[in-house]
Each structure stands twice: as structure tokens, then as C-alpha cells.
Design a protein around this ligand. Structure first.
Ligand code: F6R
Length: 612
């Protein structure tokens, strides 16, 4: 959840480190710190709060040095204070460590290290690593890489660690276990970071790192070794997006930019997926037709917003491919006895590819013999690497903590999976698949159309800014979208929001309705007349009890009883959720702006949730 940057090269290290941290601040933002390697000592500064607090605390005459490490934190052990901010130092103040993840055996290590005379100054789990590394470095004649390998053997938990020592400041050593770390290869300079966004400005050459591999960078060299010290080949890949993609591009917030990125993101995810003879092309599945025909059940696992995409997957795959699908919150999955075996396909959906709850669920499914297909937005991240196959969404970097464009592309990706399975299993004819694919290709233009007509919604939304409760109603395939609308509003505007299946209202939640309660009702796809009528009755029920009702409905569908109707274009029924999502994102964004909350970095959250 924390952001990590390391730099060594000819530049004044402060700039790439702080700029890198700014790009990673979405990962955690309750404190920040740097350690710069001056000759024979370290310059260290750290501050609670956002990166701006750290920058304000730095002296005007900051030393010009050419290597260092920097960190933005999402607190786990110890509150967000100056003292608990990273880097953490050894007793001599010559070795600095930054960390993402959790060291599970930190208390045992701390007790041993204290007996050996180490003095601890923070409440963090990380500080024990600084002291441990310090002892191990001495044991290994000043070799920080060897010390890191020895430390890893003693650590339990998940971690990315970077360390620097004042005696050899141009060398930075890192390691990862169940937590992200990538290297960037520059010209006479090298980088380490939690995410390529940190160094995209300087290089597009990235290097991935395996579990427990130790990486040592100097300005001219990159060396990777396994825990035993054996050299591991450097696995280089090219970053396919550029720095503009990770900038706001004139929008007030990343989230707004990402909402407007959606037409392109959807188009990029869909492009080139139908062959000339009308076959869905998903070679990434790495499954033969015989294997696809053998699938008996599908389990979709994911967290948060990605879980809502998984719920949409259930409707689409069951409808088209006629395979039973269950959808489960990843953090619950391995703690019961899920029915999963060689005939199961497990679909793991994740924007970041690093979510720890999901990674653990993936491992559980694999151990039970299932084939795991990741649907992911982040190249070379851990979950795709540990899965049997990966279908990448092409949303581009998503910087705002609240997920928008990643969500709609996840839905589009699961549509493609559903169509592929249905076609191979003979549940949909080639003509039907072709027709549905061409309907899907209309989605980017339809989202564009919604975004062009969004102004009246933005104005209306502001009139709800003082509401304490907002309820979202959906039925059928729009039910997951009601849940997603509520989640977006909660996380952005800190308003109590709940999503309900319209039919459930009378079984309890209707008690929440009072004069002025805002209810946003999403009508089922235009051709689901039976459900439509039921939903219109639900609207009447809440209206009769004083609710202010906004309805999202396809063009031409008759709506009675709403204060305002937001029209979305008519799409194929199962594709309507993509369109209904967009006004709900705008609604949450606009209320958040009106309430003055931090839209891109809402309180208590982090973009990449690498703890369980
Ligand atoms: C909400 C949000 C989170 C994530 C969830 C899973 O806007 O972004 O609910 O969807 O933490 O993250 P990924 O998709 O990275 O596994």
C-alpha cells in the first residue's frame, strides 16, 4: 500500500525521488520520507501527512547527492506520525530502510535485536529490518546485498524493502515477497519503484522481479540474485504507455480524467478480438477447445469494485455460456471450503494485480487444482504472474484511488470471456457472437455520448451535497451497478450509501427512507419489461415515503415518479451496466467536489491493497 522509490545516477537524486513519490502517492499518503546518500552519512527527512508536508520541511540548501530512497506510507503498525514515517535507520544512522507490506515476526526480531543493544524509536514493524540488516551487513563484511539475502531468510510476511548505506551510497538494494517492486533501466542511471509510473518520465525499460529475489542497482549495473546468491537473468520488458497517461491532462482531478478516458479504454480492451471468420480471439486464455468444453463451474474472485465487475460476469457468462458461475469476495474465499477442482475455472479480477486478499485466494484455488485466469490492468504484476493465464484490460494507468476506467474495462473483458466460452461450447452461434461483438464496439461511442450530456447531471448532483444517506437500487444485471454506485459515493464523499436489489427494499431497507432521502434507481435493460415494471413500483414505494428519486433509464423507456431522469443510450441488454456506471461515477465525483473531500486520494484508502 506504500509507495517506494529508489534512484542512483547522475541527476540530483531529490528530483526523481520526489517526482516518483508524487506519482505513487495514490498508493498511500499518510506520511512521507527520504534518505539521500551523502558521502559517509545519510540525509534523512520524514513527515506525517502528504508529500507536500515533507517538501515544506526540507531545507532550502538541500545537499546535491546522486542516490537515495523515498517512501509514501499507508500506516499498518503505528499511527501516521513523523516518528513512524519511513525511512527507518539502524543505531548508527548509516543504514536506511523503506518498506511496503507487513513483517509478521517483527516482535520476535525486535526482542532479539533489543537484547543485542539496538534501540528502537518507532512503533513500526519496519524498524526491526533496519536493525537486523545492520547486524547482517557487519557479518557479511559490508556487503548489503548479502545482508539482504540473509535477512529475507529470517523474515515472515509480505514485503518490498529498499535499503541504502552511507558507506556505499550509490548502491541500492531491494527485495520483494508478495508485494510489488520493479526496476527501471536508464542511461547511466537506474531506478527501483513500486510501480513503473514512478520512473516513466526517464525510461520505458523496466525489469520484473520474482519472489524473494534480491536486486542491487548502481548507476551502471543491475544485478539480481536468488536467496542463495545465485545470479538470476534480468527479465526486461517495455512499458507501453507514456508519461502523459499518468498526468491529469488539464482535468481538475485524475478521477475526472479517468472517467473521460473510458471510451478509449473500452475500445482498447475490445479491439481486434473477432477474426475474419467471426471467432472470438482470446489466445491469452491458453485453453484448447476441449479444455473449454470440460469446464464445469466458474468461480469469480475479486475485491471491492472488481468484485462488482465479477457480479456482472455471472450474469453474462451464465446467460451466454450456460456455465454455473459463483462470485466471491476474495478475502472470504480461502477461509471456507470452496468447491474447486480440475474442472473449475477461477477468474481473478484485479486492477493492480497486487491485492493481497486476491493473491491468497488465487494460490488457494491453484493448490486445489483449478485453472486460474487473471483479468488484470497492470502488466507483470504478481497476480497475473502467478495465474495460469492473463487477459489484460487496456485501461492505462489508473491513478485516482477510486476505480473507474479499470472497472468498465473489467466488465468488457469478462464479456469477451463469456462470448468465447459460449462460442466454443456451441451455446451461441457465430452469427450471434458477431452481432454481440459489434454491439460491444458501440460502447465507446455510447459512453462518449453520455459524457457529452453530463452537465445537467453535474448541476443536479450538487443539490444532494448535504444528504446524509443515498440509496442505490438496481435489479438484474444492474444490481451490481447499484452496489458500485454506492461504493463510489462512500469512498469519495464519505456519505453513507447502500446499494440494494430493488426487490429487497420491502424486506427491511425501506425503513431508512425519510423525507428528502436520495434514491438513485437504475432501470433494468430496456427489453426486460417484467423487471422494469417491478422497478417502477419500487420507485413509487420510496417516493410515497418522501424520497427524492433520480432514475437512470435507457432512451425511450417510460419513467413515472422521478424528480430527474438520466438517459443512457440503448445498448444490448447485457451491455447496459457499462453505460449506467458512467452517470454514477459523475454523481459521486461531483458530490465529493461539492463537499470538498480529497477526490483522488480519499481518507483512509490506498490504491493497491497489499495487506490482508
Ligand atoms: C474502489 C476500489 C477498490 C478496488 C479493490 C480491488 O474504487 O478501487 O474497491 O477495486 O481494492 O483492487 P484491485 O482491482 O487492484 O484488486
Amino acid at each position: 500500500m506504500c509507495g517506494i522509490v529508489g534512484y542512483t545516477g547522475p541527476q540530483s537524486a531529490f528530483t526523481p525521488i520526489v517526482e516518483g513519490l508524487r506519482r505513487l502517492e495514490y498508493r498511500g499518503y499518510d506520511s512521507a520520507g527520504i534518505a539521500l546518500g551523502t558521502s559517509n552519512s545519510l540525509f534523512v527527512e520524514k513527515r506525517a501527512g502528504k508529500l507536500a508536508n515533507l517538501e515544506a520541511a526540507l531545507p532550502a540548501n538541500l545537499p546535491t547527492v546522486h542516490s537515495g530512497i523515498g517512501h509514501t506510507r499507508w500506516a499498518t503498525h503505528g499511527g501516521p506520525t513523523d516518528r513512524n514515517a519511513h525511512p527507518h535507520l539502524d543505531n548508527e544512522g548509516k543504514l536506511a530502510v523503506i518498506h511496503n507490506g507487513i513483517i509478521e515476526n517483527y516482535a520476535e526480531l525486535k526482542a532479539v535485536l533489543q537484547k543485542r543493544g539496538h534501540t528502537f524509536t518507532s512503533e513500526t514493524d519496519t524498524e526491526s529490518v533496519a536493525h537486523l540488516l545492520s547486524d547482517l551487513r557487519k557479518e557479511h563484511q559490508g556487503d548489503l546485498s548479502a545482508a539482504m539475502r540473509a535477512a529475507v531468510a529470517q523474515l515472515r510476511g509480505s514485503f518490498t524493502l529498499l535499503a541504502i548505506h552511507a558507506d556505499n551510497p550509490s548502491t541500492i538494494v531491494g527485495v520483494r515477497r508478495n508485494s510489488p517492486l520493479v526496476a527501471g533501466i536508464g542511461k547511466g542511471e537506474n531506478f527501483l519503484a513500486s510501480d513503473v509510473a514512478a520512473f516513466i518520465e526517464y525510461t520505458k525499460r523496466a525489469v520484473e522481479l520474482g519472489q524473494d529475489e534480491v536486486i542491487t542497482i548502481t548507476p551502471e549495473t543491475i544485478e539480481i540474485t536468488d536467496v542463495h546468491g545465485a545470479k538470476v537473468p534480468v527479465r526486461e520488458y517495455e512499458i507501453t504507455w507514456d508519461k502523459e497517461a499518468a498526468q491529469k491532462g488539464g482535468f481538475a482531478h485524475f478521477m475526472l480524467k479517468e472517467i473521460f478516458d473510458q471510451p478509449k479504454a473500452i475500445a482498447d480492451t475490445l479491439i481486434g478480438r473477432l477474426s475474419d471468420n467471426n471467432q472470438i480471439q482470446l489466445d491469452e486464455l491458453h485453453m484448447t477447445d476441449a479444455e473449454i468444453k470440460r469446464i464445469k463451474r466458474i468461480s469469480v474472485i475479486a475485491c471491492g469494485t472488481a468484485y462488482h465487475a465479477g457480479m456482472v460476469a455471472k450474469y453474462a457468462i451464465e446467460k451466454w455460456a450456460k456455465i454455473p458461475v459463483d462470485v466471491e469476495i476474495a478475502s472470504e474465499y480461502r477461509y471456507r471450503d470452496p468447491i474447486v477442482d480440475q474442472d473449475s475455472l477461477v477468474v481473478a479480477i484485479s486492477q493492480s494485480g497486487e491485492t493481497m486478499d486476491l493473491l491468497m485466494a488465487v494460490r488457494h484455488a491453484k493448490a486445489a487444482g483449478a485453472r486460474v485466469l487473471a483479468v488484470c490492468n497492470t502488466n507483470s504484476s504478481t497476480i497475473p504472474r502467478e495465474s495460469d493465464a492473463v487477459l489484460y484490460t487496456h485501461a492505462g494507468p489508473e491513478i485516482a484511488v477510486a476505480s473507474t476506467k479499470a472497472f468498465v474495462t473489467q466488465i468488457v473483458a469478462v464479456y469477451l470471456i463469456g462470448l468465447k466460452l459460449a462460442q466454443v461450447r456451441g451455446e451461441l452461434s457465430d452469427a450471434e457472437v458477431k452481432n454481440l461483438y459489434h454491439e460491444a464496439l458501440k460502447l465507446p461511442g455510447q459512453v462518449e455520448q453520455i459524457l457529452e450530456t453530463v452537465e445537467p447531471l453535474r448541476a443536479l448532483t450538487r443539490t444532494f451535497k448535504s444528504n446524509n444517506t443515498v440509496l442505490f437500487l438496481g435489479r438484474g444485471i444492474q444490481y451490481p451497478i447499484a452496489l458500485e454506485g454506492a461504493l463510489k459515493l462512500k469512498e469519495l464523499a464519505y456519505i453513507h450509501a447502500e446499494g440494494f436489489a430493488g426487490g429487497e427494499l420491502k424486506h427491511g431497507p425501506i425503513a431508512l427512507i425519510e423525507e428528502g432521502t436520495a434514491v438513485i434507481a437504475i432501470l433494468p435493460p430496456h427489453d426486460e419489461h417484467a423487471l422494469d415494471e417491478k422497478m417502477l413500483s419500487n420507485i413509487q414505494e420510496v417516493k410515497a415515503r418522501g424520497a427524492r428519486v433520480i432514475v437512470i433509464a435507457a432512451e425511450g423507456v417510460e419513467v413515472i415518479g422521478a424528480e430527474h431522469v438520466i438517459r443512457i443510450p440503448i445498448a444490448a441488454p447485457l451491455f447496459q451496466p457499462v453505460l449506467a456506471t458512467v452517470p454514477l461515477q459523475v454523481f459521486a465525483y461531483e458530490i465529493a467536489v461539492a463537499r470538498g473531500t480529497d477526490v483522488d486520494q480519499p481518507r483512509n484508502l490506498a490504491k493497491s491493497v497489499t495487506v490482508e
